[in-house]
Every structure is written in structure tokens, then in C-alpha cells.
Design a protein around this ligand. Structure first.
Ligand SMILES: [Zn+2]
Ligand SMILES: [Zn+2]
Length: 448
């Protein structure tokens, strides 16, 4: 028996514990479905060919388990057709599993967060079932799924689909196990603890996460680097990140994911994308590292600009602009500038763009000084150098607040150069993308 039934054709879940099956929008739903099922029965239609399947554990595990309906002592019941499906429900949750659920809720509670076990979140016409759901700060919801070595591997079907569905619906999936083989899967953000008896899990003592959490080491690819360049044999001069295993207390993990100070990331190493948990500072920094002028990191809430910052970042390009040109960025103090939003995507310009008439007059404003080999205006080169220098500096900073300010400086410089490239390409009727590529090649390959 199960309380939740999936109607294959209506594509809805039915909650048999509720009079209206949790579908107040369809009055008389039970009468319709029950009568239909009885009719199928009288016609000898096999249960597997009817409309109903188990919508509980079986469906959660990706198993299609046919069901039929009956009334027992005035109660509505759905019955599995196959014994093996029924047994899936009667297998009691292990004591260890229960101990984890309790521990998660207790740790969350001590951190000032609420939560509950076996939570069903309504998503349109269906639900998401979460093992233990923690209600974190700022509407953050962490969906803990505990999968211990007591279950067999077939129980792990559809992990990616379930994690994906949760994430799509505002629940950050957090999968925890005590089995190394699960923890190595990259289909969800797995954490692992050693295999422990329920008494130890339930106790207040230290419970460690031994895999799944990483500390990111940010480094510069030069001759003094201790790691090999992930992109080749030689030193490439760029910034890289290396993810190092780091233990974390389970209770801290529960509270910090709820608080948003530990976040999930996807970390590319070669062709593999790993799913790790890191501090939000590391996560932010990885975003900075993976971003580019045209793919700026998302806006973040920054610490108020009035906060103390010993080293005020600078917008000045590494190479000073030539004397007759204006500085590339406005002279207003950083703190006073509005935060720029992400750059609008620049549409790829056609090879020969028709010049709008209003731009003809601007022709004169295009700088005449050009680089002798590429023909690119020196102004563009200077602006690109400024943006690259700002980005480079961002990769060097460790202090969170300084990074916030420097990210704004870079954002600003990147927007200036992007706009200048667009203007130049339009006026000269050049393909914008090609101009940008040539410019970057010139600046980045002659940088030394
Ligand atoms: Zn079932
Ligand atoms: Zn490198």
C-alpha cells in the first residue's frame, strides 16, 4: 500500500490521505478514478495496463510500480500489483538514516534554522519529496538526501534527475552517504562520512565530512608555482584554481549551507566536471576566475563601500594612456559609481555592416592614432590593457572586500572597452567579433 499514487494519463500525483486527493481544482476526482479502476478490473484489464502507479518510494527511485485501488473499512487504499514493489515500502528506514535526519534538524535548529523530514513540496501538479529539508537564510532551501550503505545500489537510480528537479525548483540538493562508491559519483553534490552506528550519529560528538568539501587554492601559473599548469606543460601566466580535499564538521556543513556560507560549485578538471562544496568566498572567486570581459561574474551584494578598505583599488591601467588621450574611465570615486549590470550581449556584427547615418558624423571622433602592425587604434589597445590589468589584479587579491571593489573596477573597465570596440567596429564597418579577437590577441600575446 502506498498513500501517493501517480496517474499516468492525467500526469498528477494523488494523495489518498486527503479527501480531495490534494486536488481541490478537480471535484469528484476520487469517484472518477475509483470507478474507472473498478471498471478496468471488471473488464479484466491487467493492472500494469491501467492508469495508476505508485507515486511514493517506487516513483522516487525511478521504478514504475503498477497499482490498483480498493476500499477497506471505509478507507481508500492503493495496492501494489507486485510484491517486490510493496517490499520497497516496508523496508524500514534504518536507524542510521533516522539518526542522520534527526542530526540534520538538530544542527539546523542550533543554527537558528527550521526544517522537517519527509517533506513534500508541491510543484505544479506533482511534488518533490525531500528526505530532510532545511529552511535557510534568504529563502534558501537545502534538500538533504541521505543514502547509506544499507540500501542497494539500485536505489540510486535517477539521482541526477532528482537533484536537477530539486535545483530547478529552488531546493539546493545535498546528498550524503557513508559509502565511498557513492561519494565518487559526479551526478550530485555528494558528501561522505565514515560508516558509523546510529548511536554515534545521533550523539552530539564530532561527526566529520571526509569527502565532498574542498578548499580552493588560487595560484598564478609562473615559474614559482607548485602545481603543474592544467592546460599544458609550460607556464601559461594565467591564474588557476586547484581544489584540495578538506574535512568539515557535519553540523557546520548543515548550518553553513543554510546560511549560504558554504555553496555548491561545478569544478572542471580536464574533461570531468566535479561537484564540490566550497566556502562562498572560494565560490565567488572561482566565478571571477572563470569569467571574461564578455561574461562578467554575476552582481553580488557587496559590503557597503563606506566600510574600511586600507587599499583602495585603482582603475588605472598598467600602461598609462598616452598624454593626449582622456583616461579610459571616469574620475568619479569608485564608491559613488552605480553598480553596472552584466554587459548586454553584443550581437555579432555582419561582415559589412551598414553604417547608420547618425554615426557618420562620429567618424571624426574615432581616434586616428593606430598600432602600426594591426591598424587598431591605440585607444582600444590601452582600454583593453586597462581591463586586463583590472582582471589580473582581481585574481591576485585575497581580501573579500578588496575583491568586491576590484570586481567593480574590472566590470567598469570591461564595459568601457566593450563599448569602444562596438563603436569602432560600427564606424569602420568591421566585424565586431573579429576586431575584439584581434585586439585581445595583440594585447594578451605581447603582454610579455
Ligand atoms: Zn511503491
Ligand atoms: Zn597555466
Amino acid at each position: 500500500m502506498a498513500n501517493v499514487v501517480w496517474h499516468k494519463n492525467f500526469r498528477i500525483l494523488l494523495d489518498l490521505t486527503r479527501d480531495d486527493l490534494d486536488h481541490p481544482e478537480f471535484p469528484g476526482l476520487w469517484d472518477l478514478i475509483y470507478a474507472t479502476d473498478r471498471f478496468y478490473g471488471r473488464r479484466g484489464v491487467p493492472v500494469s495496463e491501467r492508469d495508476l502507479q505508485c507515486g511514493g518510494v517506487c516513483r522516487d527511485l525511478g521504478v514504475e510500480a503498477p497499482m490498483h485501488l480498493r476500499m477497506r473499512g471505509g478507507r481508500r487504499e492503493a495496492v501494489h500489483e507486485r510484491r517486490e514493489d510493496e517490499e520497497r515500502h516496508t523496508a524500514p528506514m534504518s536507524d542510521e538514516h533516522k539518526a542522520y535526519q534527526e542530526r540534520i534538524l538538530r544542527a539546523a535548529h542550533e543554527g537558528g534554522f527550521g526544517g522537517d523530514s519527509e517533506v513534500r513540496t508541491r510543484i505544479g501538479r506533482t511534488w518533490i519529496q525531500t528526505d530532510t529539508l532545511v529552511e535557510g537564510a534568504d529563502g534558501r532551501r537545502i534538500g538533504w538526501e541521505v543514502q547509506l550503505s544499507t540500501i542497494d545500489e539500485s536505489g540510486l537510480r535517477g539521482v541526477r534527475a532528482r537533484a536537477g528537479k530539486a535545483a530547478k525548483n529552488g531546493i539546493t540538493p545535498a546528498w550524503h552517504t557513508d559509502r565511498a562508491a557513492y561519494a565518487q559519483r559526479n551526478d550530485a553534490h555528494w558528501t561522505r562520512s565514515d560508516r558509523l552506528p546510529a548511536e554515534l550519529i545521533a550523539r552530539n560528538g564530532d561527526l566529520r565530512i571526509v569527502s565532498g568539501f574542498r578548499a580552493l587554492d588560487f595560484w598564478h601559473c609562473d615559474t614559482s608555482a607548485v602545481y603543474p599548469c592544467p592546460n599544458g606543460i609550460r607556464r601559461c601566466g594565467k591564474a588557476h584554481a586547484t581544489a584540495k580535499p578538506r574535512d568539515v564538521f557535519f553540523d557546520d556543513m548543515v548550518r553553513q549551507t543554510a546560511a549560504g556560507t558554504i555553496v555548491p560549485i561545478q569544478f572542471r578538471a580536464g574533461t570531468t566536471v566535479h561537484r564540490y562544496w566550497v566556502t562562498n568566498a572560494d565560490g565567488d572567486r572561482l566565478e571571477d576566475l572563470d569569467s571574461d570581459d564578455t561574461r562578467l561574474p554575476p552582481e553580488r551584494e557587496t559590503t557597503p563601500a563606506t566600510g574600511a578598505s586600507r587599499n583602495r583599488p585603482t582603475c588605472q591601467p598598467a600602461t598609462a594612456p598616452s598624454a593626449e588621450q582622456d583616461p579610459p574611465t571616469p574620475a568619479a570615486p569608485l564608491a559613488a559609481r552605480p553598480f553596472l549590470t552584466a554587459l548586454p550581449l553584443q550581437p555579432a556584427a555582419p561582415a559589412a555592416e551598414t553604417m547608420p547615418p547618425d554615426l557618420e558624423e562620429r567618424e571624426t571622433s574615432v581616434p586616428q592614432a593606430t598600432d602600426t602592425t594591426t591598424g587598431l587604434p591605440t585607444e582600444l589597445i590601452t582600454l583593453q590593457q586597462a581591463a586586463d590589468a583590472a582582471h589580473h589584479k582581481l585574481q591576485q587579491l585575497d581580501d573579500h572586500h578588496e575583491r568586491d571593489l576590484q570586481r567593480q573596477a574590472w566590470r567598469q573597465a570591461a564595459e568601457v572597452v566593450q563599448a569602444a570596440v562596438t563603436r569602432y567596429a560600427r564606424t569602420k564597418r568591421l566585424n565586431r567579433h573579429e576586431v575584439e579577437t584581434r585586439l585581445r590577441q595583440l594585447v594578451r600575446h605581447t603582454a610579455g
